[in-house]
Design a protein around this ligand. Structure first.
Ligand code: ATP
Ligand code: MG
Length: 390
């Protein structure tokens, strides 16, 4: 083993959650994500997690990429292992960090000693390695207060490690530490971003997609499954519950005033999603709704929609500008898929003049002719479950 990955954990001062369960959950998630890159040993000491390959066949680049997307990690560095000897450490620093040492103008060396039998103190070793590097690299000056580059040296029981400052990780909390929610995933830009934001707060997700075949095409469904797939590096493996929605939409079109169609339809989405939540142990629904973006996203519309479920509806993008949502979608890699031109079920029967300020009374009045329970039951019974692993 000559290289390992060090992880800095985030939000360890957690109120109400304990640090141990945070670390355990994170460790389990890391093991699961690293599975396909080889066999690793993962352990945590003093809020640093060490990821060590067990043999030479491990894919370290793949592991690194995967770890940059694991929630709960705020920083990552790759470290070179070397012998516990001052000159071996210096040689490792030169060899491993040469690119960074040649590019920086100011630097310092910081040493941590877990092995107290090492013959030099931390300060002595930092001064030795720093002094030598200062001579070897004419571009470098020591600056102990605001260095561009910090060379970290760690003396552990079985080896020494050299690494530079960590790169930013995905942040947030380990997925699963804050329970489970059902996310309503359309093929649009907003709902994948909403799912990402809630997963980042440590929530495991079940996805629900309402599918209106033949009004929407198999490609539209494939697009949604692809979006779910793109989210798994962050969220972990998940299930997409594909709900047959055509019968309900046709019934609503026959029986309801056109200007209320969208809202009544959205209330069915909430009822069905709530049934999925009950079956999967989820405690909330997640949507990509954004205040004022479309007629069904006014405050009044959201009130009427929310009243159809007892569960809280989490709307993490509710206050974001579209540009900001798009920027996040690009960052997490869902944007290009989201803009593929396949119709969503919401656009299929969209009325020309939807009601902007609906009242609950008129909606409930219009729903009286419907066998709500039966319609929900039939849709839930027809659900197709697609499991997606990272
Ligand atoms: P998005 O970009 O996420 O599609 P949108 O701006 O198009 O959102 P709407 O179509 O009104 O807005 O949908 C609002 C939210 O309702 C979506 O973000 C999503 O959470 C949910 N939703 C809409 N259509 C579907 C669908 N076919 N399946 C599952 N959820 C849906
Ligand atoms: Mg949409």
């Amino acid at each position: 083993m000559n290289e390992i990955i060090l992880l800095k954990l985030g939000e360890l001062v957690l109120k109400g959650l304990n640090r141990r369960s945070f670390e355990d959950k994170l460790q389990a998630n890391i093991y699961r994500r690293l599975n396909r890159f080889g066999r690793f040993r993962v352990y945590t000491r003093q809020s640093t997690t060490y990821v060590e390959p067990m043999d030479g066949s491990c894919d370290m680049d793949g592991a690194w990429q995967a770890l940059t997307k694991v929630f709960g990690i705020v920083g990552l560095s790759r470290a070179r292992a070397c012998g516990k000897d001052k000159d071996a450490i210096l040689a490792a620093a030169r060899d491993y960090l040469d690119g960074k040492l040649s590019a920086a103008r100011t630097f310092k060396v910081e040493t941590k000693r877990a092995d107290k039998s090492f013959p030099m103190t931390s300060i002595q070793l930092s001064q030795y390695v720093g002094g030598e590097l200062d001579e070897l690299y004419p571009n470098l000056q020591v600056d102990v207060h605001h260095p561009e580059l910090t060379v970290h040296v760690e003396i552990r029981d079985y080896a020494a490690f050299v690494h530079a400052d960590p790169e930013p990780g995905a942040g947030g909390l380990p997925v699963g530490i804050n329970g489970r929610a059902v996310s309503l995933l359309s093929g649009g830009i907003d709902s994948p971003v909403a799912s990402y934001l809630i997963a980042r707060r440590g929530v495991a997700l079940e996805m629900v997609h309402f599918f209106s075949y033949p009004y929407t095409s198999p490609e539209a469904k494939e697009k949604v499954l692809q979006l779910a797939r793109l989210l798994t590096p962050y969220c972990g493996g998940l299930t997409v519950h594909v709900v047959p929605f055509t019968a309900i939409q046709e019934q609503l079109r026959r029986a309801c005033p056109p200007e209320l169609f969208t809202l009544i339809m959205r209330r069915f989405m909430m009822r069905i999603a709530q049934q999925v939540a009950l079956r999967t142990g989820a405690g909330a629904l997640v949507t990509g709704e954004c205040l004022g973006q479309v007629a069904s996203q006014t405050m009044q519309a959201m009130a009427v929609t929310g009243q159809a479920t007892q569960l809280p509806i989490l709307r993490p993008v509710v206050g974001m500008d579209k540009e900001d949502i798009v920027q996040l979608a690009r960052k997490i890699g869902t944007f290009e898929t989201s803009i593929l031109p396949y119709e969503d079920c919401c656009t299929v029967f969209t009325p020309r003049h939807p009601r902007l300020r609906p009242t609950l009374e008129e909606i409930q009045q219009a729903e009286q002719v419907l066998d709500i329970e039966g319609m929900v039951r039939a849709a839930v019974e027809g659900i197709e479950r697609v499991h997606i692993s990272p």
